[in-house]
Design a protein around this ligand. Sequence first.
Ligand SMILES: [Fe+2]
Length: 389
Amino acid sequence: MLHRLQYGQVPPKPHTTLYHDQKLAFEHCFTRQGFDGAYAMLYHRQPPHWIDSQEEIGRHPGWSATESHARPLRRHFLSGQLVNGGSAFLGRELLLSNADLGVWFAVADQPDPALNCNADGDELVYVFSGKGQIYTSHGILDYRAEDYIYLPRAVLHRWIPAEPTRLLILEGRSWIDIPANFRNAAGQLKMDAPYSHRDFRAPQWSEALAQDQPQTVMVKRHDHLTRQHYHHHPLDILGWDGQLWPFAFPIRCFQPRTGLVHLPPTVHTTFVGGGFVVCSFVPRMVDFHPQAIPCPYPHSSVDCDEVLFYVEGNFTSRKGVGPGSLSYHPAGLPHGPHPGTYEASIGSKETNEMAVMIDTFKPFLPTVRATALEDPAYQQSWVEKGSQA
Ligand SMILES: [Fe+2]
């Protein structure tokens, strides 16, 4: 939800006639927060709501019940053990869940068989590895490793991997957006925001979008799937304009901040959602006070569950984690550096760590599927034995 774009054919004014091949086009108003938020208007050759038939598929195959009883507090899940393959939308698996956010993971090696309509929420997807394209109703979005991909709720889309693609998928049940305090009164990103408009990639518009695309739409609502069959291409869009569109943002375009002494994790905030924030840790210079301790201090952020997805580099505060690790530390307890790492960080000048952090206000519950990926040794890694970590 950045700035207004316009592609293809649109009439001079909204809600007025547009003819294509002597036929009236159908305006499709795509709105947020009722009719008060960002919106886009798409112009279809055929009515977007007329379908031939539909069939109920049942629960999404990657849905998994959450744990039903208390488990150890600090958790470590190894997403690298997921090798399920399949398509990005149908092959994804739910690992952590609460009422505001679902954390899914996918290892996609096939195109989605249908266009997808995720009616359960906005998606913010981190591309851990791989590359390809996403066909959307707003155009074709190229993706590659280290991109965040934003897919607004219910925007039709289809993942087409060019190579096997590992995705961390955050499904915000109410909304995901850019923090309001990053914008000026004119709606532009402020000059002290951690990114600029130029860092975001928009979909590439093409009127040929509908060619060779499926005429089925897989709708996900309440984690159940329904397949709708159309008598026309659902991406038969002549043009669109508006401020609501999918985008890509490379995590390395996030501008990190460094202070005289350690700055709080809030300086890494990249996106916000209803009930959660998403932060990016990217390679950066560290604190420059002569006596600074660059490693994060132990802290009790007592209202938030914290999840860290490790991407690459050497984490100054944690040991025994690596690329693909998903650590989970629940609210109400102090957490912080692993034994030995706090002291070891003194005098360091920079860090090459890269990670995505998710802080939620409602408690997460791991799913049964996540439990099967668990590293049971993580609990013990926090027990200091004598001088040993
Ligand atoms: Fe923390």
